[in-house]
Design a protein around this ligand. Structure first.
Ligand code: ADP
Ligand code: MG
Length: 753
């Protein structure tokens, strides 16, 4: 039996929440301890027990090396954390699973959900999404659906705010949380929401504001008062002598930051023993001073919002409002900068802390999963009966079609049923899946109407079954009917990055990307690729056929993309030799939750391989990152020289700006120690990847504008040719109109092909 998932979880970097849609409204569960809705995403390992949540966060001050937070930022990576108290390693996935399990304890309705929706930042890559899925499984969920956070935030906003507030048109979701930043452009149209585009940074959040306070305010003061040399370097070292102090400082920094959201100044007070001497620190911090050091970080978010508007050719006045989400939007400077630099009115009607969880619950109410049957002997009999009726002859000469509105604002909807073929002496029956409605057995007719009563504000799922004259079900004819009542719903989740395969580019002796799934296409997606084998693989040999799958920007080099995994078939799997040039068929499928499934068919050996895709873990080695930095630096310098040589001012300015952006991480990258415990290497890697992708596009727009121009010219020619032709005129016009409908999206895609 299909059942709505109903449970939604915001698995945040800093705070996590769980909510449920009870059929009418959303309930956000409270922690039985402390009665708060949020659970700090922190795990503490004490020698005798493990703590999850706020208690764990408090323990940070006592024993920081056994306490872990911010691990969402490391999801999908190969990083492990060593826990002294249990003398073992834990992974970000395991830590996340512990948070999820703790959230289950919030549920006071006695339910133990088998399925849930878990939110992820819109810009999470496939590896990060996959790690989140695994955390859900580790926490005991049988079915997990991932939902992008800006979609969750929009669902909460549109389903909960007053009618006069929500206009159709463009909205901007600005989600500035503890560890991640997402800006999403949302289009509302007649109760349907669509995320048109988004920009984000998985390593930009409130934690960076805390780091800035530690780095720019507390550390200099400590150095000034103690005169300790190497203090800064030592502070950041994993298991270094000031490690405990570092975490304490972060804790105080965060508290001070929050304090400054409602008072103009605060002091950071603490005493500490440093190199056998006691010190008392009282460090004053004003909102003004904090604003100054926050500005570069806030500007990063502003830049992404501007980019988002620009790449969608929108002006601030085209956007209704900015919907504020995430704890860091409490920072006054964030709001001030958005107003002064972007100029779109802000909307704070949603609670920035709970809206993602609430939105996840709205989504979950409309998401169905196959609940596990509770097996009893009665059930077993029923199943046996079902198998019998399955064998029953299906009627191939009966066709049934239905027509209805998939979303409704009424209390009931009309369903039209059309039959073709041998429908006499047969019946249909429609049951609403919650059991609240049943038509009973109704004789089929060529045309029939039924009124289906709808439960308010949820997706109503009905099953239409067909029976023969002995009331035996003709199972091949049954179908599901889903109608959403009164709610804003989402028209699918967009893919955040292009997913491509790496193919040989023999002419240039390199490799290039061939896109499989395009950014912003709505999930799920399916593609079949046909390839030729580029080298012979002998049966039984250790050689293998490897196809790399990458995520990023399809118009850039493979090295500017992230390798998310590969398809591999080795000689040992082969039934016969696989000869160079023989054909291979690759099917790829990506679902709503970004799970990538592949199957490969080798024409020559007639073998089919399923699930041959193995996902990677992100590995970032500082040495490799430095090499990557240097080659990008050289390449950019070359490019700038070329633009200078050609007096190409506009491109020179763009390239120099990228160079400047790249240089902004140089110092940090070359100072970085292999045992650095901060998130620095991920932050830098993300930056280098972004600059690299942008650098690959330099100079490219000229070509695109020429192409766009020639497209319009050709279209004009075609139209005038059609107007003079005297046969098939309307067919030809239809064809042109079909192209025209997608015109905007392919021009915006900036893809030359
Ligand atoms: P996440 O989604 O990453 O779990 P949240 O949306 O819960 O994060 O936001 C957490 C971040 O918001 C933290 O960095 C926290 O310090 C910050 N934050 C929470 N409340 C305030 C406040 N009143 N003023 C400033 N920052 C705040
Ligand atoms: Mg969040």
């Amino acid at each position: 039996m299909m059942q709505p998932v109903n449970f939604g979880i915001d698995l945040g970097t800093t705070n996590s929440l769980i909510a449920k849609h009870d059929g009418n409204k959303v309930i956000v569960f409270k922690n039985p301890i402390g009665q708060k809705e949020t659970l700090a995403s922190v795990v503490a390992f004490r020698p005798d027990r493990t703590l999850v949540g706020d208690k764990a966060r408090e323990y940070l001050k006592k024993d920081p090396i056994n306490v872990f937070g911010n691990f969402k930022r490391k999801m999908g990576s190969d990083e492990k954390f060593y826990v002294v108290n249990i003398d073992d390693n834990v992974t970000p996935v395991q830590l996340s699973a512990m948070v999820l399990k703790e959230l289950k304890n919030f549920i006071h309705t006695g339910e133990n959900p088998e399925a849930c929706v878990i939110t992820i930042p819109a810009s999470f890559d496939t590896m990060q999404s996959n790690a989140t899925m695994n955390a859900g499984k580790d926490a005991g969920f049988k079915e997990i659906f991932l939902l992008q956070e800006p979609i969750a935030a929009s669902l909460a906003f549109f389903n909960e705010s007053p009618v006069d507030m929500k206009k159709d048109g463009y909205w901007l979701v600005y989600d500035f949380g503890g560890g991640t930043f997402d800006a999403a452009l949302v289009l509302a149209n007649d109760h349907e929401l669509k995320v048109v585009d988004h920009k984000g940074n998985n390593f930009l959040g409130g934690a960076d504001l805390d780091f800035a306070i530690v780095e720019k305010i507390i550390t200099p003061e400590i150095i000034r008062q103690t005169g300790i040399r190497n203090f800064e370097e030592e502070l950041r070292t994993k298991h270094g002598k000031y490690e405990k102090l570092f975490y304490e400082m972060l804790y105080y920094a965060e508290e001070a930051k929050k304090e400054l959201s409602h008072s103009p100044s605060t002091t950071i007070d603490f005493s500490v023993e440093l190199d056998n001497k006691y010190y008392d620190f009282t460090i004053p911090l004003t909102r003004e001073k904090a604003s100054e050091i926050f500005l570069p970080i806030i500007n990063e978010t502003v830049k992404l919002v501007k980019d988002l508007l620009e790449s969608n050719r929108l002006q601030p006045h085209d956007i209704n409002q900015i919907i504020l989400v995430g704890g860091s939007t409490f920072v006054p400077q964030v709001r001030e900068q958005l107003i002064s630099q972007i100029g779109i009115p802000l909307n704070h009607s949603s609670d920035p802390t709970i809206s993602i969880a609430a939105g996840a619950a709205y989504y979950a109410a409309n998401k169905y999963y196959e609940a596990s049957p509770e097996r009893s002997s009665e059930d077993a009999e029923k199943i046996a009966g079902e198998i019998l009726s399955q064998i029953n002859l299906d009627e191939p000469d009966l066709k049934i079609e239905t027509s209805y509105n998939r979303s409704s604002r009424d209390k009931e909807e009309v369903l039209l049923i059309f039959c073709e073929g041998a429908y006499e002496n047969k019946y249909f029956r429609i049951i609403r899946n919650d059991g609240g409605f049943d038509t009973g057995y109704v004789p089929l007719k060529a045309k029939k109407t039924e009124f289906l009563p709808l439960l308010p504000s949820v997706s109503n799922l009905f099953t239409l079954s067909v029976y023969d004259d002995n009331y035996e079900e003709l199972r091949s004819l049954s179908q599901e009917i889903a109608i959403t009542q009164g709610q804003y719903s989402i028209g699918g989740q967009p893919l955040p990055h292009d997913i491509s395969v790496e193919v040989d580019d023999l002419e240039n002796q390199t490799t290039r990307l061939e896109v499989i799934f395009e950014r912003n296409s709505l999930l799920p997606q399916k593609r079949t690729l046909y390839r030729e084998i580029s080298k012979t693989i002998k049966k039984g040999s250790g050689d293998s056929l490897i196809i790399n799958i990458l995520e990023g920007d399809k118009n850039s080099k493979p090295s500017s993309n992230l390798t998310i995994g590969c398809i591999e078939i080795t000689g040992k799997d082969l039934a016969t030799d696989l000869v160079k040039g023989s054909d291979i068929e690759i099917q790829l499928h990506i679902n709503d939750s970004r799970v990538l499934e592949t199957s490969v068919f080798l024409v020559m050996t007639q073998q089919e391989f399923r699930n041959v895709f193995s996902i990677s873990e992100k590995q970032i080695h500082i040495e490799r990152l430095r090499e990557q930095f240097q080659s990008l630096e050289n390449e950019l310098a070359d490019t700038i020289r070329k633009f200078q040589h050609n007096n190409d001012d506009m491109w020179e300015i763009k390239a120099s700006a990228l160079m400047e952006e790249l240089q902004s991480v140089k110092d940090r990258l070359f100072k970085l120690k292999p045992n650095d415990k901060s998130d620095e290497k991920y932050i830098i890697a993300e930056k280098i990847m972004q600059v690299s992708q942008a650098a690959d596009k330099l100079g490219g727009n000229e070509r695109l504008s020429l192409l766009v121009e020639s497209y319009y010219e050709t279209k004009e020619k075609v139209m005038s040719a059609i107007s003079t032709c005297d046969f098939e005129k309307s067919e030809l016009l239809k064809k042109v109109q079909k192209i025209e409908q997608t015109e905007e999206s392919f021009i915006r895609s900036k893809n030359a092909s």
